[in-house]
Design a protein around this ligand. Structure first.
Ligand code: FAD
Length: 388
């Protein structure tokens, strides 16, 4: 029988960051993921400037910089066939693969004493008296008893896990169904730009990551791919929908083994950080991927959640205090960028609006800059979630 202080379900960005924060505060921490690592994951791999301070706080920034990530200083938008629009980014972002980043987070969590169990799926969480039971599937079919549980299982966990009902509501609200694809590419000119290509059926972002490689990741509307199957066929189909993207991909060579897909991707509003236990990262709330801020939201929610979990485990607060304080911190810090992120996503996906958007951005660049800035996380308020 495994007993621990805290069990964290999902070893992506949020779960791993929460594991580092709690293990280094001295709590026995078990971090569980159904996948084996390192693995390629659907993500633009654009690490926003806001993320960097949080990664430094986790003592991970130097290791990332040693990997010579790409530096990204501007965005270019090719909107529904309009001429490309260049926008300066508020700060320098890094391009780093999830293949590297997620495993680096695991290593740091393990350095602090966390036990990482990969290739193990959590199927249920239930309360038994003052502790929780986490049921596990797979080779390690067993259970973990924990004093606290954090679910950081990403946007689409299996039913039975906390957070499923929250996601069910979001599914009903979403009018369009998207799926996500990603592939690394070589043989392309790199630079310091994240390039976004839009058409009626979705968008693809191309940006540099470490090692002179480009990452292509995008969201496609379900049912508009005319029988294309597999990530590379879908990318090819996407490029036929936007001439600028097609030109950009000429001569690009997919790197074998780097392709990944995810379905569905829900962009509808949802924000619930509690479902019997704490939810963190995408399991709690999602910012539209084109904002490139999902990872920093995941890092922030992990820091805020770990701060309350620490107080709970130390007996300074009860479960209700944890729920209240965490919900309120998330509302204060994440709600605004998420709202503006949805507005930005909606405006850019409307082909009828893009000539106006483009004209407005050219005539008044500060307005476009303000809109982009409104989707960004503000720095972590002093004294909140950063100790330990
Ligand atoms: C197309 C696309 C492009 C994006 N581009 C960017 C970008 O450029 N920049 C950015 O910052 N964000 C981007 N995002 C968003 C970003 O990827 C997410 O916000 C981020 O990964 C959320 O981290 P997380 O830890 O909450 O979830 P995840 O990283 O999804 O991790 C969840 C983990 O939980 C595991 N898991 C799930 N269920 C179980 C279970 N039952 N038992 C055990 N383990 C389980 C999964 O295997 C997974 O490893 C993009 C997203 C998409 C779809």
């Amino acid at each position: 029988m495994d007993e621990t202080d805290v069990a964290i379900i999902g070893a992506g960005i949020a779960g791993s960051a929460a594991a580092i924060a709690l293990a280094r505060r001295g709590w026995q921490t078990v971090l569980i993921d159904r996948q084996q690592f390192p693995r390629h994951k659907v993500c633009g791999e654009f690490l926003s400037p806001e993320s960097l301070a949080m990664l430094e706080e986790l003592t991970l920034l130097d290791e990332i910089l040693d990997q010579t990530p790409a530096r990204i200083r501007q965005a270019s938008l090719a909107l529904h066939g309009q001429r490309e629009l260049q926008l300066a980014l508020p700060g320098t972002a890094l391009g780093i693969s999830r293949f590297f980043l997620d495993s680096a987070l695991h290593r740091r969590a393990a350095d602090h004493g966390a036990l990482i169990r990969t290739g193990v799926t959590a199927s249920e969480v239930r309360q038994e008296g003052s502790r929780y039971v986490v049921e596990l599937l797979g080779a390690a079919k067993s259970r973990i008893y924990a004093r606290a549980v954090i679910v950081a299982s990403g946007a689409y966990a299996r039913s039975g896990l906390p957070g499923t009902s929250v996601r069910g509501e979001a599914t009903k609200r979403d009018r369009k169904r998207y799926f996500g694809i990603k592939s690394h590419l070589k043989g392309m000119a790199t630079g310091e730009t994240v390039e976004l290509y839009f058409w009626k059926g979705g968008y693809v972002g191309i940006s540099p990551v470490e090692g002179g490689v480009m990452n292509a990741a995008g969201l496609l509307v379900h049912g508009e791919q005319a029988g294309a199957k597999g990530v590379l066929e879908l990318l090819e189909h996407a490029s036929r929908s936007n001439r600028q993207l097609q030109r950009r991909l000429e001569g690009a060579e997919p790197i074998p083994g780097t392709q990944a897909a995810v379905s569905p991707v829900l962009l509808g509003k949802r924000s619930s950080v509690w479902d019997g236990v704490a939810l963190a990262g995408d399991a709690a709330s999602v910012i539209p991927p084109l904002c490139g801020d999902g990872m920093s939201m995941a890092l922030r929610s992990a820091a805020l959640c770990a701060e309350q979990a620490d107080a709970y485990l130390a007996g300074r607060i009860d479960l209700l205090d944890w729920q209240r304080a965490y919900s309120s911190a998330i509302r204060q810090q994440l709600a605004r960028p998420q709202r503006w992120g949805r507005i930005l996503q909606w405006s850019l996906s409307q082909s009828a609006l893009t000539p106006f958007f483009r004209q407005a951005a050219l005539a008044a660049p500060f307005l476009a800059h303000r809109l982009v800035t409104a989707t960004r996380l503000a720095p972590m308020p002093v004294g909140s979630g950063s100790s330990g």
